[in-house]
Design a protein around this ligand. Structure first.
Ligand code: IPE
Ligand code: IPE
Ligand code: MG
Length: 244
């Protein structure tokens, strides 16, 4: 089923619906996040087995800091547990862990083990797992623009050299393959400030399934949908087909 030439190289997922999953099971929201963390483990493993080059997971947005402090604390603890408990899984499977977003805002009990695993896994080449943490697409575009402006002010680059390629490379995702497929769970159909630049030509896939219920079969359904897409990048169908 999974023709490697028709797989996305880079898949990103907006992991949404933990709270509603919990509510429907008569549980507190935090239990939804706990189940959501289990789904992360399953999907990372499946993505690696499938042969994706990069998987970016929207785990915590810049705007999610506005949630109740207890919920934020639970999410940070789950992040810590994830990086501590998944260390051998990540290392044994040759996965490189990176993070995008304002990671310096994370509490040290989460940031320190995250930094350690990112450093230790930096040489791994099987797949890149990119966690979006305290991430905002607009914030990241502004940060890249500011960095380029500063480099210009220092005389290191000429404004005329700033093009799409240079700008994209200045983003935190600059080292990742082009985003091919963007999935959002839980029936919401919006980007919520995720990968705004990177999603320019991504295929979008929405499913009603809440994130804690999103498993390997759901992932395969998304990949199957992607396989059937015709990506035209502004050209005509005839041009795409004659190019083979
Ligand atoms: C996604 O689930 C997890 C995070 C945003 C951290 P939600 O917590 O947003 O779940 P819903 O949308 O309230 O159901
Ligand atoms: C987006 O989900 C952020 C993550 C999945 C981490 P939200 O649940 O925070 O998005 P909105 O607020 O419904 O747009
Ligand atoms: Mg939500």
């Amino acid at each position: 089923m999974l023709d490697p030439s028709k797989l996305p190289r880079h898949l990103a997922i907006i992991m949404d619906g933990n709270g509603r999953w919990a509510q429907e099971h008569g549980l507190p929201r935090v239990e939804g996040h706990r189940e959501g963390a289990k789904a992360v483990r399953e999907i990372v493993r499946a993505a690696r087995e499938t042969g994706l080059r990069a998987l970016t997971l929207y785990a915590f947005s810049a705007q999610n800091w506005q949630r109740p402090p207890e919920e934020v604390a639970t999410l940070m603890q789950l992040l810590r547990d994830y990086v501590v408990e998944e260390r051998s899984e990540i290392m044994d499977n040759d996965i490189r862990l990176i993070a995008i977003g304002e990671v310096e805002r994370l509490p040290p009990y989460a940031k320190d083990p995250l930094d350690a695993l990112m450093a230790d896994s930096a040489g791994n080449g099987g797949m890149t797992l990119c966690l979006a943490l305290s991430y905002g697409g607009r914030e990241s575009i502004v940060a890249a623009a500011r960095a380029l402006a500063e480099a210009t002010a220092r005389g290191e680059i000429n404004p005329a050299q700033i093009d799409e390629e240079k700008f994209g490379a200045s983003l935190q995702t600059g080292g990742l393959p082009q985003l091919d497929l963007l999935v959002r769970t839980s029936g919401e159909e919006r980007l919520s400030n995720f990968l705004l630049w990177e999603a320019a030509y991504a295929e979008l896939y929405f499913t009603e399934t809440y994130w804690p219920a999103f498993g390997k079969a759901e992932l395969y359904a998304a990949l199957e949908s992607f396989r059937g897409r015709e990506r035209r990048f502004g050209r005509t169908r005839e041009q795409i087909r004659s190019a083979g």
